[in-house]
Design a protein around this ligand. Structure first.
Ligand code: PLP
Length: 389
């Protein structure tokens, strides 16, 4: 058969590649995949005892999601994010944040259009843009992985349709300040393009750093698309529920896309999601308090090998992006770390970091002892492979 370029040009998914390496080396501690150590709140799982509620629970539901869930999300967005979903906006429940992003790209672009990502970027955003026949335009962040609005402005061309930001960020853990996000949002308004903002890690901030939703900016309604996920916040990655807030005039397009691709989000997952949203952000915040201690030990471990690597302080999510001072291919480094030291991380190349050697370290999935052991192995491994004291 003729090879298909649309998919051939898409980078290979890195998580299964590293997953395969881990499987071949039993006992490896994974600082790889971005998952959390907990499941959904008990109140949410209690819903299952009463499910199915009627025959309706076995049938198709509304394309944009169950009305009770949409209403609960409307209240949540107003109370927590300052996003008022009135007549100018719509909420669409999706099968996860990734699907929300694909919906956004399909609804706002034609093949050949450009979408700007902040580099390092989230690999699935890159993959979605390439897969939809668009051009991914990376704009480098600064030495602390913060936004460079002037560089974004310079990258905008007549084919640009959207600027994408993620805060708290995957893969860097950076949290963008309100002013920088306001500047990007303003820039998008000026150029008549969309600001797509991914808030999958909205509750994961540390040291008193605040999360800001650009969808709360007055006048942002026509050009702002906000993406959310319950995967991390409520430990529901396998239930596949996310949602997007879109301008009203994109609803027809998103409705067509989602009707074709999903028909409706899974009914049982939406029932669990509704109870999770009702449980509120306190559930996640209690987990974040515990993660804060784990993060401190991770940062202290990297500080002890500052001669061989640099880690800009991450204020959010549960990642840090390590710049390893050595001319070594990052995938080769990961292979050696797994095979020789029993610890895995994700190579920076998956996030578009082609210069130097970077590793993304995720500490969200493990208990304190396992992270402590995993980081100790990583530190020993980096010393052994890269050198230094
Ligand atoms: C920034 C970002 N957005 C979206 C997702 C995917 O979330 P979901 O499981 O809701 O598709 C991830 C997962 O790692 C992510 O890091």
């Amino acid at each position: 058969m003729r090879p298909v370029r649309r998919i051939g040009d898409v980078q290979a998914p890195i998580i299964p590649i590293v997953g395969d390496l881990i499987r071949r080396h039993p006992g490896t501690i994974s600082l790889g995949q971005g998952i959390v150590s907990y499941g959904p709140p008990a109140e949410a799982l209690a819903v299952l005892a009463r499910f199915p509620r009627s025959l309706e629970d076995h049938r198709y539901g509304p394309v944009e999601g169950d009305a009770d869930l949409v209403n609960a999300l409307r209240r949540k967005l107003a109370a927590e994010n300052g996003i008022d979903v009135g007549a100018e906006r719509r909420i669409v429940v999706t099968a996860g944040g990734n699907m929300a992003f694909v919906n956004a790209v399909l609804a706002t672009t034609d093949p050949g259009d450009e979408v700007i990502l902040q580099s390092p970027f989230y690999f699935n955003h890159d993959m979605a843009i390439v897969m939809t026949g668009c051009r991914m335009v990376p704009v480098g962040t600064d030495e602390n992985y913060q936004l460079r609005p002037e560089a974004i402005r310079a990258a905008i061309t007549p084919r640009t349709r959207a600027v994408v930001t993620i805060s708290p960020n995957n893969p860097s853990g950076a949290v963008y300040p309100e002013e920088a996000l306001r500047e990007v949002n303003r820039l998008c308004a000026e150029h008549g393009i969309y600001h797509v903002h991914d808030e999958a890690y909205e509750y994961f901030t540390y040291d008193g750093v605040r999360h800001f939703s650009p969808g709360s900016i007055a006048g942002s309604e026509p050009h702002t698309i906000s993406l959310f996920s319950l995967s991390k916040t409520y430990g529901m990655a396998g239930w596949r529920i996310g949602y997007m807030v879109i301008p009203e005039d994109l609803f027809e397009a998103v409705n067509k896309i989602q009707d074709t691709n999903l028909i409706c989000p899974t009914i049982v997952s939406q029932a669990v999601a509704l109870a999770a949203v009702d449980a509120g952000p306190g559930y996640c915040r209690s987990k974040v308090a515990a993660l804060e201690a784990v993060r401190s030990l991770v940062l202290a471990a990297f500080a002890s090998i500052a001669d061989i690597c640099t880690v800009p302080k991450p204020d959010g999510a549960f990642y840090c992006l390590v710049d390893v001072h050595a001319p070594i291919d990052p995938l080769a480094l990961v292979e050696r770390l797994v095979a020789e030291h029993g610890v895995a991380a994700i190579p920076g190349t998956a996030f578009g970091l082609s210069d130097g050697c970077h590793l993304r370290v995720s500490y969200g999935a493990l208990d304190r002892e396992s992270v402590e052991e995993g980081i100790a192995r990583l530190v020993r491994g980096l010393r052994a492979i890269v050198g230094g004291r």
